[in-house]
Design a protein around this ligand. Sequence first.
Ligand code: GLN
Length: 442
Amino acid sequence: MNMDVTVASLPRLNEKYSMFSRISDDIGTADFKFLFSAKDNLTSKDMETRCGSRILEGYRPAFDATAIEKMRISGGKLIGKNNMDEFGFGTFSTNSAFGIPRNPFDPERSCGGSSGGSACAAAVIEDHVSLGVSTGGSICCPASFCGVYGLAPTYGRVSRYGLIDYGNSLDKIGLISSDPGRLSEFLPVISGKDRKDPTSCAQPDLNLTGKKIKTVAVPREALEGVSGDVLSAFESSLETLRGMDIDVKMMDMPFLRYAMPAYYILATSEASTNLARYVGMRYGRQDGDLTLKFDDYFTSFRSEYFGDEAKRRILLGTYTRMAGFRDRYYAKALKVRLHIISSYKKVFEDHDAVLTPTMPFVAPRFDDISEMTPVESYSADYLTVPPNLAGMPHLSVPCGYDAEGMPVGMQFVTDHWDEDPLLTFAKDWGCAFETRRAEVLL
Ligand code: GLN
């Protein structure tokens, strides 16, 4: 690839696709082995970190997130911070305060969310790898909509130090690239124990031996709500898998139906407490009206600078944790989560992976997204939420294109700490399936 051409064209690319909220100003001169970008909820020393939110305008962290630091140590140059849904709240990256990424296959459509800018950069820039973050599907969804590969590792595999929390028990940093080999190359770079994140410390080491997926279970429930285009691409991929000597079995997995409601209760419960720290006194904007009383200062500040979706989630999450409702919602959702984990584990006794389409439809048009109710857009996550709730690794690979050339993705889930077969599969699939690159016009 011609790196100079790519680097020089970044601002122009960004005008067209809005994948960056900030672009580094010293890329032309720097010495590096590879270029990478990072979702803007990962702190970086040299660039503002705003998490898609006006409330964080002006926030210049004093430290790098561990994942960014490790990429830099291995020779990476951070070229920009990717646009995203505010604090990760969304499925289409339309809840972003600093630009809505546009799909490289059709700029009138979404890149997916909430790591939409990361997937867009991976699809548009040659030989690129982006750091994304998934709480409920934010790596696989945009990877699928943009026709690239996305890997969300096991919860705890990658240190969350320097990640601005959405839901601490769910957040996972992972990788997005158009080149499946990049996932195997960079997962070892970003993984590992980190004293600064205790949840990363009890993990088994990553051991990549080239283990293959030999048997996959396809849940019938997963296919009920998907569009005809997605279904036909998925079914023809099942044939390709059989041709690769993978045994494909259809199964009932009724537990999957409960994941989406349980996720939105747990994720918003955690989010509502995490957002309590943004009151206009530290991190980012601090320019409220100081003549106001204490509470009025906080309220006016938060009313002005949080977007609508953030406010909706604060209300929802505060409600589900309130005395009187906590047992009915929060505590029950925790039980559902345990049930989902144990049900997945039973499937993994006889199968190497669970396979579904990644998203129920191809990237939607912005016009159609603006007509969706919040519940309709939450429901679009019903296939990506289950592995996230279970903390299990999952991979989205491109598997077909609809009549208008929009990419379709399929998603593999494996047991905790079992990323090896996902990475091996991604590379094998890269040889078996012919991926189309979006035509990038400037
Ligand atoms: N769409 C889901 C949500 O809005 C997942 C987002 C994410 O993984 N950050 O919560």
